[in-house]
Design a protein around this ligand. Structure first.
Ligand code: 0O3
Ligand code: SF4
Length: 318
């Protein structure tokens, strides 16, 4: 019998599903339960292929745009990342029964942007071009009203209409450290700029990054369980690398682990993005247990008791 090498696993806590993701997935499941299949979902409800495939098998149909939805009385659900204002308007014009699963913490950013605009401020959005949350936040105001800033260079070269009448909002899933630098640069250049108390990065993003910072310096390698199109999961991998971890990888599930890279490690950190289900963490732990003799320790850096009720349309139906 071959003796397995020992591997000490440090499990980050909190990790995995946040309250906004639980609410969005529950919304699809509840809509299926109440209205039967099919239920249409605009964009991946959260950025995780396993979640999407599981919901497909229960009768959800995923589309990227509303015009892919046929005329139907079945519900159409908007993903957790939020949508531009034009989408619910288009849905209403087509008499579509829309259910908005936008995370309440993303909606909060939408309302902040709207309020600043109404009070006459030009709004800057700190975020990544093309990400659906950024598309949704930009689409809260008339076209061209919000300026997207992605880099320190963007801030240095910005030509606002009135530098004494500016406000900023941010994407919810950014790097806490990068965003702090961006906000510092904004306030240095525009001392009058208004913004949230710190930034709009949510509790889940902050807590998952904190947990990785604690573990990454003391492990040989760190795995982030999550999809490559998941912004918050990508940020966790970056945080691990910047905290001194030489081998950090983002993997969707056990099949994606590059086993050669992990052959000679004796300690491993594991975390999961806000859209990654715990069952995939367990699958990866089981795959490591087949190759190593594991000792597992959970390192907890925060308690999360956050819960968001289902979207209004589903609460009424219940
Ligand atoms: O925004 P991100 O790509 O991280 O989205 P995920 O992976 O679906 O995670 C949920 C976060 C979210 C809906 C936006 O805050
Ligand atoms: Fe909401 Fe934060 Fe989760 Fe995004 S990561 S869905 S903002 S709780």
């Amino acid at each position: 019998m071959t003796v397995k090498p020992k591997l000490h696993v440090l499990l980050c806590a909190p990790r995995g599903f946040c309250a906004g993701v639980v609410r969005a997935i529950d919304a699809v499941e509840e809509a299926l339960r109440i209205h039967g299949a099919p239920v249409y979902v605009r964009h991946e409800i959260v950025h995780n292929k396993y979640v999407v495939e599981t919901l497909k098998s229960k009768g959800a149909i995923f589309v990227e745009e509303l015009d892919e939805v046929p005329d139907t009385t079945q519900p159409v659900i908007f993903s957790a990342h939020g949508v531009p204002k034009s989408i619910p308007a288009d849905a209403e014009a087509r008499n579509i029964f829309a259910i908005d699963a936008t995370c309440p913490l993303v909606t909060k950013v939408h309302r902040e942007a709207e309020l600043h605009h109404r009070q006459g401020r030009q709004v800057l959005l700190v975020g990544h071009a093309g990400h659906p949350e950024v598309v949704g936040t930009l689409g809260q105001l008339p076209s061209g009203s919000i300026i997207l800033v992605q880099t320190l260079d963007d801030i240095a070269t910005l030509q606002p209409l009135d530098e004494n009448n500016l406000a900023y909002v941010t994407q919810t899933t950014l790097s806490v450290d990068d965003t702090r630098c961006m906000v510092e640069a904004l306030t240095r250049r525009f001392p009058q700029i208004m913004g949230p108390h710190r930034e709009d990065i949510c509790y889940a993003t902050t807590n998952r990054q904190e947990a990785v910072k604690r573990i990454a310096p003391v492990v040989d390698a760190l795995l982030v369980v999550g999809s490559s199109n998941s912004s918050n999961s990508q940020r966790l991998k970056e945080v691990a690398e910047r905290s001194g971890c030489k081998l950090a990888r983002l993997v969707l599930r056990a099949d994606d682990v590059e086993w050669d890279l992990f052959a000679n490690i004796s300690s491993l950190g594991i975390t999961a993005g806000a859209s990654a289900p715990e069952i995939l963490v367990e699958e990866i732990m089981d795959a490591f247990a087949q190759r190593f003799e594991l000792s597992v320790e959970t390192v907890s850096t925060a308690d999360e008791g956050v819960f968001f009720p289902l979207p209004r349309e589903l609460r009424q139906a219940v």
